[in-house]
Design a protein around this ligand. Structure first.
Ligand SMILES: [Zn+2]
Length: 184
């Protein structure tokens, strides 16, 4: 079911999300379905459970929306339950990020170039996988949500100052979105 997306200023986006209980399969399957439906409706490339108001460590990424910019992302889709970074490269790289919870704001963010992640997929199978390029960035961005961190926290201070008015407006609900959104 399509759920409203919580916007910048919402408390749930600032909480450290709790680990999901893998024995609650039905509940998790419903959450994953909600994330998928909501992401599809909003035409984004990733969504974390806190963004639909559920403070659990579950996220999805879907590269199809980014295919025009990064053709290698076609068909790149993952569901990650309780993801954990096992290794990250010392080398950093920059990409422009945006976020369905921070509409209309795009900033260059520096993060590790490659990561190795352990997670459980939607069949509740444990996996270890390495990511690089923009696929890595999508996973990193969503994982930050699970720790209450937004990409706007990671931009250079001068840039953050430039976007501060926009962020205040979003937190007051003064923003137009193509999808159902709320601040709470
Ligand atoms: Zn986001």
């Amino acid at each position: 079911m399509i759920q409203p997306i919580y916007l910048y200023g919402s408390e749930v986006l600032r909480e450290k999300a709790a680990p999901a209980d893998l024995s609650k399969k039905e509940e998790l399957a419903k959450l994953i379905e909600d994330l998928r439906d909501t992401l599809k409706r909003s035409e984004g490339c990733g969504l974390a459970a806190p963004q639909i108001g559920v403070s659990l460590r579950v996220l999805i990424v879907d590269g199809d929306e980014m295919e025009e910019v990064y053709p290698y992302l076609k068909g790149f889709k993952r569901v990650m339950i309780n993801p954990e970074v096992l290794e990250e490269s010392a080398s950093l790289c920059e990409y422009e990020e945006g976020c369905l919870s921070v509409p209309g704001v795009y900033c260059t963010v520096r993060r590790p170039e490659r990561i190795k992640v352990r997670y459980w997929d939607e069949t509740f199978t444990e996996r270890e996988e390495e990511f690089d390029k923009f696929a890595c960035r999508m996973v990193q961005h969503e994982m930050s949500h699970l720790d209450g961190v937004l990409f706007t926290d990671l931009v250079a201070p001068i840039r953050r100052k430039m976007i501060s008015k926009k962020l205040i407006n979003i937190s007051h609900g003064k923003v137009a979105t193509r999808y159902n959104a709320k601040v709470k």
